[in-house]
Design a protein around this ligand. Structure first.
Ligand code: UD1
Length: 430
C-alpha cells in the first residue's frame, strides 16, 4: 500500500488549481442516468470515489464514455438492471444516490444497505422516509433496500435532521414524480444546489435549492444536457489550511469564494490574511496563529469535512481552542495520530480541547479516513523532520494529484510504495 513521505517545515508558496466538487459529482453522475439521452459532464474530479460510482453505473448497464479524465458522457437508455452490486456500495456510500435516480426513472430500485463508516454511524432513515412519502414501498431484504412504486406522487416532506444525502436523493426521485413536492429543512450545501441546477438543465423543475425549502414540480421526462461541475470547496479549504499551518502564501484558484466563507472567516480570526478575487482566494500567514473555537454545522456553518484540517492548524496556534463536532460522532480518530507528532489535544465526547504547541515533530501516522488523512498531511507539511502517512488510499478517494499539487507549492512530498523508497527520500532531503 502506498504512503506519503513528507519533509516538513517548508512554507507553501505559489498557486494551486482546484478541481470539480467530488460530492456534487457523485449526485450529478447518478442523476445522469435519469434520461435516455446522452448527458455530458465536465469538470469531473479524477478521484477514486468517482471512478467507483462510474463502475457501479456501468454495472447496471449505463454506457459510460470517459472522454478525458475530467469529462464523461453517460447514456442511461440501456439500463437493464435496477439492482446495484454490493461491491460498489461497500466502497462508496454515495452509490445510494442510484436509489433516488432509479426510483425516479424506473419506479423501482434495489441498492445494498450501506454499512457503517469510520466517521461514525450514518443512518439513511430520512432517505427512506422521503421515498415512502413519495408513494414508494420500501423494504429491506437480505441486506438490500428495495424501493418500488406503482407511481410516485408529490408530497410534503419534513427532514428531521439536515441531511445532504437525503435532500439530494429525495430531490432526484421527486423530479420524476407526479405533482408537487416540498422538502422542508433541506440541506443548503453548494452541492445540493449544483445537483438541482444539473437536474433543471435536464428539464426538471426544482426551485429553492440553497434555501431550506425546496419545491419540485415533477416532470414526465428528462433530457440531455452538457454540464460543468462546481469547484470543490473542501479541496480548496484544505489548501487554505495547508497555507496557514505552514505559514505560507498560497493563491487557491478556480473556486467560488462565497462557498468558502466559513473557512475564510475562521482563517481571519486566527490571524491569516485572506484576499478574495472573483474566482480565487489568497491565504497569507506570516506569524504564529491565534486560537479560536469552532463548531461544525450544516452549510452555511463551518463544514464537518473541514474539521480535521482546522484542528491540525489550531494544534500549532498560541493558546487553547475548542472544536466541537456536531454532525458525526466519530470524527476525532486522527487525534491519537497527531499526538504522536507532539500535538496536545484532549477529546471529551464530541469536543476536542486543543492546547497549541510551538511545533510538531515528524512521525509515522496513518490516515483513518479521507479528510483526517488530508489533515495529517498538513501536519506533516508543518512539522519538523520527516512524516510518513500510511493508508493514503483514503486520501486518494477525494483528492486528485494531491502530492503533485502540493509539490507545485514547494512541498517536499512523495508517494512511495516501499521502505526502500522512504529511505531514498530521507537521503535526498537530508
Ligand atoms: C455528506 C457528504 C459528507 C459530509 C456530510 C455532511 C457526500 C457524498 N458526503 O454526507 O462528505 O461530511 O454530507 O456535510 O456528499 N442523518 C440521519 N438520517 C439520515 C441521513 C443523515 O440521521 O437518513 C444524519 C447523519 O447521521 C449526520 C447528519 O444527518 O449526523 C448529516 O448527514 P448527511 O448530511 O446526510 O451526510 P451525508 O449525505 O452522508
Amino acid at each position: 500500500m502506498d504512503q506519503y513521505v513528507i519533509k516538513g517545515g517548508i512554507p507553501l508558496v505559489g498557486e494551486v488549481e482546484i478541481g470539480g466538487a467530488k460530492n456534487a459529482a457523485l449526485g450529478i453522475l447518478a442523476a445522469a442516468i435519469m434520461t435516455d439521452e446522452t448527458v455530458v459532464i465536465d469538470n469531473l474530479p479524477d478521484v477514486q470515489d468517482i471512478n467507483v460510482l462510474l463502475e457501479a453505473m456501468s454495472g447496471i448497464g449505463a454506457v459510460v464514455d470517459r472522454i478525458n479524465s475530467h469529462k464523461v458522457a453517460i447514456n442511461g437508455s440501456m439500463i437493464g438492471e435496477v439492482s446495484v452490486d454490493y461491491e460498489y456500495i461497500k466502497k462508496i456510500r454515495a452509490s445510494y444516490y442510484l436509489l433516488g435516480a432509479l426510483l425516479g426513472k424506473y419506479k423501482k430500485a434495489e441498492v445494498p444497505l450501506p454499512g457503517g463508516c469510520n466517521i461514525g454511524s450514518r443512518p439513511i432513515d430520512l432517505h427512506l422516509k422521503g421515498f415512502r412519502a413519495l408513494g414508494a414501498s420500501v423494504s429491506i431484504r437480505h441486506g438490500s433496500i428495495i424501493a418500488v412504486a406503482e407511481r410516485l406522487h408529490g408530497s410534503h416532506i419534513f427532514l428531521d435532521t439536515v441531511s445532504v444525502g437525503a435532500t439530494i436523493n429525495i430531490m432526484m426521485a421527486a423530479s420524476m414524480a407526479e405533482g408537487y413536492t416540498i422538502i422542508e429543512n433541506a440541506a443548503r450545501e453548494p452541492h445540493v444546489v449544483d445537483v438541482a441546477n444539473f437536474l433543471n438543465s435536464m428539464g426538471a423543475n426544482i426551485k429553492g435549492a440553497g434555501t431550506d425549502v425546496i419545491r419540485i414540480r415533477g416532470v414526465e421526462k428528462l433530457h440531455k444536457t452538457d454540464y460543468s461541475i462546481i469547484p470543490d470547496q473542501i479541496e480548496a479549504g484544505t489548501f487554505m489550511f495547508a497555507a496557514a499551518a505552514t505559514k505560507g502564501d498560497v493563491m487557491v484558484k478556480n473556486v467560488i469564494p462565497k462557498h468558502l466563507e466559513a473557512t475564510t472567516a475562521k482563517l481571519e480570526e486566527i490571524g491569516c490574511e485572506v484576499e478574495e478575487f472573483d474566482d480565487a482566494v489568497r491565504v497569507v500567514a506570516s506569524k504564529r496563529l491565534r486560537t479560536t473555537n469552532v463548531k461544525t454545522l450544516p452549510y452555511p456553518g463551518y463544514p464537518t469535512d473541514m474539521q480535521p484540517q482546522i484542528s491540525v492548524t489550531l494544534a500549532l496556534a498560541q493558546g487553547t481552542s475548542i472544536v466541537t463536532e456536531s454532525i458525526f460522532e466519530n470524527r476525532f480518530k486522527y487525534v491519537d495520530e497527531l499526538a504522536r507528532m507532539g500535538a496536545n489535544i484532549k477529546v471529551e465526547g464530541n469536543t476536542a480541547i486543543i492546547s497549541g504547541v510551538k511545533s510538531l515533530m515528524g512521525a509515522r501516522v496513518s490516515a483513518p479516513d479521507l479528510r483526517a488523512g488530508a489533515a495529517l498531511v498538513i501536519a506533516g507539511l508543518a512539522a519538523e523532520g520527516v512524516t510518513i502517512v500510511d493508508d493514503i488510499v483514503y486520501i486518494q478517494r477525494g483528492y486528485e494529484r494531491f502530492e503533485e499539487k502540493l509539490r507545485g507549492l514547494g512541498a517536499e512530498i512523495e508517494r512511495v510504495s516501499c521502505e526502500k523508497e522512504i529511505q531514498k527520500f530521507k537521503l535526498r532531503v537530508g
